[in-house]
Design a protein around this ligand. Structure first.
Ligand SMILES: Nc1ncnc2c1ncn2[C@@H]1O[C@H](COP(=O)(O)OP(=O)(O)O)[C@@H](O)[C@H]1O
Ligand SMILES: [Mg+2]
Length: 303
């Protein structure tokens, strides 16, 4: 493990939604390990289970089967109150639509999670101001959301996610409501936080946004396959073609692994590791990916 520990460890995780007599299997037998200091992007078609997975990872929902170990603790069967306590202590959330309180200043929006944690007003304001400084908004402490651009509002939301000093930031389509230029700024900020040691897990459907992460996963029909780790160039048409080839391959491959109990589709590519890659997949199920772990040397250019 070279000093890194698994922050997220999903084992055999499944989620079935029941609506009367109808059952929807949103997640099937998911294995996922995310180590501290990784930046993981989860992609996939609509309905493939991304939000369900994020809800479970974010302790907003519980799996119907399997185990979820978060920072070494099994959280799969905790009560709602216990999950809320874990969320407040370990996790920071960033949403597509920012989710800021409209009639509340930036500094008070950012201080809100600290209020839930019982922190005094004075310390709250100080820590919120520090978090806003960290995202480049020290001049906007007293601004209201409607006095800020979309990118600035998302920065406030990221400051709010940071203010409790979480172990993990979960971002669901963080650039979904932003134009291309602002998306680059927000992704650069998330990447900077990752470079400073934060673990980030993000859902996106855009290849060039996923390219900022150190590892990309694709959800397919309620399961997950790992695609190529990104190089230092931008994800271009060839990468998209490569992903499509992967998906075709994965479809065939799943036919093979479906009959294999205890399968593990996950391979781990820590961002800064230069040595051999640890592969959890049984040797007979290995994906033929060439893995070249390296942190992004430069920001990908958007087309
Ligand atoms: N609360 C729910 N009740 C019933 N079915 C749901 C619920 N949430 C999601 N689903 C179903 O689970 C599957 C996965 O959904 P979701 O996780 O939202 O996918 P994605 O985020 O990739 O679009 C879909 O078939 C969806 O209709
Ligand atoms: Mg979704």
């Amino acid at each position: 493990m070279q000093g890194r520990e698994a922050l997220i460890d999903l084992q055999h995780v499944g989620k079935i939604y029941r609506m009367g007599e109808v059952e929807v299997a949103a997640l099937c037998d998911i294995f996922l390990t995310v180590e501290e200091g990784e930046f993981v992007a989860i992609m996939g078609a609509s309905g493939s289970g991304k939000s369900t997975l994020m809800n479970i990872l974010g302790c907003l929902d519980r799996p119907t089967s399997g185990r979820y170990l978060l920072a070494g603790r099994d959280v799969s069967q905790l009560s709602r109150n216990e999950l809320a306590e874990i969320r407040n202590r370990l996790l920071g959330f960033v949403f597509q639509s920012f989710n800021l309180l409209p009639r509340t200043s930036a500094v008070d929006n950012v201080g809100l999670p600290l209020q839930y944690a019982g922190v005094s007003p004075h310390e709250r304001r100080q820590r919120a101001a520090d978090a806003l400084r960290r995202v480049g908004l020290s001049d906007h402490l007293r601004h209201y959301p409607n006095q800020m651009s979309g990118g600035q509002q998302q920065r406030v939301a990221i400051a709010r996610a940071l203010v409790t000093q979480p172990k993990l930031i979960l971002a669901d389509e963080p650039t979904g409501n932003l134009d291309s230029r602002t998306s680059i700024e927000i992704m650069a900020l998330l990447q900077e936080l990752w470079r400073c040691g934060m673990t980030v897990l993000m859902v996106t459907h855009e290849f060039d946004i996923a390219a900022y992460a150190s590892r990309q996963l694709v959800m397919k029909d309620s399961t997950k396959v790992t695609i190529f780790p990104k190089g230092n160039c931008c994800v271009s048409l060839s990468a998209m073609l490569q992903a499509q080839v992967w998906c075709c391959f994965a479809a065939k491959w799943r036919l093979l692994v479906r009959q294999t109990p205890g399968r593990n589709l996950q391979r781990t590519v820590p961002p800064h590791r230069s040595g051999p890659v640890r592969i959890n997949t049984p040797p007979h199920l290995l994906l033929p990916a060439s893995v070249s772990p390296s942190p992004p040397a430069q920001l990908p250019q958007r087309r």
